[in-house]
Design a protein around this ligand. Structure first.
Ligand code: GLP
Length: 270
């Protein structure tokens, strides 16, 4: 796990975009398990935090010719009971904030269907679709104030697969800003499990702002525990945590993380 403390949100967005760009531009031949003709499989998160990263990637698409045309993408989660086309669905969110601004094929962007008749079957189908795509190369993650990733709330089993979860009141309150009224926030969601997320080849957790500081500290310096689902990134072989100063403000070893990053060997990328 590599913890990188950066000077401001823009630097976080640029660094996350650098990681995604490197994967997107990588030679497909270097990635076994990939279907012929396709390049990166991206894992996309919703929420406000990664929006700046998506904006930066869209800028690189417009100005630097970064193409997503042969990529596929999978979302982490979706609300249950909202139609795909509802403005607050994550299906819509990722299109408004990323897909519509780049050349990623809309049909190659997948998300769990929270409106499926058979939710349990949909959950299994979603895990199978990720596996059939050869797995996720780089998974962007945000973090909830209660330490959730995707919508894996505290108590989520560490090996869980895509399934239904019930949101905590805290998460419903945190997400109410996207809805007309707090009561409109759904109670149930379909989310990739912690075991599903753990299979992505590279996890990139992004957090900015003081409201995330305690959750970040619990995730990276606390025990590995279902009580803080984001702590599962501690046993991933390739996890990068990108923080601004405010999100890093509760870390005990902040000085060490700064020192390690400042002295990173030039040949070693994130
Ligand atoms: C939602 C999403 C998470 C996201 C979290 C934090 O609950 N399911 O994937 O990380 O919100 O969102 P924000 O980045 O808006 O703080």
């Amino acid at each position: 796990m590599e913890i990188v403390i950066l000077d401001g949100v823009d630097a976080v967005d640029r660094t996350a975009a650098d990681i995604v760009e490197r994967v997107v531009r990588a030679d497909p031949a270097a990635n076994p398990g990939r279907s012929a003709g396709s390049t990166a499989v991206l894992g996309l998160a919703t929420g406000s935090t990664p929006v700046g990263t998506y904006r930066e990637l869209a800028r690189r698409h417009r100005e630097d010719g970064l193409s997503f045309a042969r990529c596929r993408a999978f979302l982490l989660d979706e609300y249950i009971g909202l139609s795909k086309t509802a403005e607050q669905s994550y299906f819509s969110f990722i299109r408004q904030n990323f897909v519509d601004h780049v050349d990623l094929d809309d049909a190659a962007v997948f998300s769990p269907d929270g409106d499926a008749d058979d939710i349990a079957a949909e959950a299994q189908r979603y895990d199978a679709a990720i596996a059939a795509a050869g797995g996720i190369d780089v998974q962007i993650l945000g973090i909830g104030t209660d330490g959730h990733i995707g919508f894996n709330e505290p108590g989520s089993s560490l090996r869980s697969r895509t399934r239904v979860k019930t949101l905590t009141e805290q998460t419903r309150v945190d997400n109410a800003r996207f809805f007309d009224s707090p009561e409109d926030v759904p109670h149930h969601v379909l989310t990739q499990g912690l075991g599903t997320i753990d299979e992505a080849r590279h996890l990139v957790l992004i957090a900015t702002g003081e409201s995330k500081a305690d959750a970040v500290a619990a995730a990276v310096e606390g025990p590995l525990t279902a009580f803080c689902p984001a702590s599962t990134i501690q046993w991933h072989p390739h996890a990068t945590v990108l923080l601004d100063e405010a999100a890093a403000s509760s870390l005990a070893l902040a000085e060490y993380y700064r020192y390690a990053y400042a002295n990173k060997p030039r040949w070693q990328h994130l």
